[in-house]
Design a protein around this ligand. Sequence first.
Ligand SMILES: [Mg+2]
Length: 228
Amino acid sequence: MTLSHIRNWIFDLDNTLYRADVDFFSQIDKKMTAYISRYLALQPTEARMVQKEYLAEYGTSLSGMMAVHGMDPTEFLDYVHDVDLSMLRPDPELRNQIKALPGRKFIFTNGSKGHARNVASHLNLFDLFDGSFGIEDGDYVPKPKRSPYIKFCDIFDIDPETAIFFEDGVRNLEVPKHMGMATVLVTSDADWSDEPEITRPAGLTTKADFVDHITDDLPGFLAKANPL
Ligand SMILES: [Mg+2]
């Protein structure tokens, strides 16, 4: 693995800095359904279809709700990110490996900045990061669209050629790869059958050409990347 040129380590938050099979994110997923159901006065099953349709088409369900229905993002984000963190357990090995990485470390999430702080703090990782970039920092334009990645690199003065991006959502790796970053798809045994096909991790067998590495063991991957 040739990662000796990497000086900027960029991590997605949800289902990347904790394992997707912990099933933490399903709480947020269900709260999004509830909010959309109330906001659009739809039955939960219809609201869920809208939610997943917008996720596939706009990058996040929030972006679809803003574009199509003019919804205010603030209340939505506060509501969906108000979840029980107790099932997330700090992983001391992940902490050690992130801490040892040479260079700067960042969180880049399609959730809010407050959510990044809450979750990463609960995982005992937040203090290791040099910065975090939330959906509000990209003016609510989410990954996989190009503009938030450009803005992220501008704000933190990152040369993409010296950066690596870790993500559980495969489509979110396409732009970073084209910008010159190395890319890592973080997978797990989680059940993605409820997700639109386009938003699922590609898995080990259908490797996309913009994915450099695939791992189901983030601390193990970082251990190999870290100098001994
Ligand atoms: Mg994610």
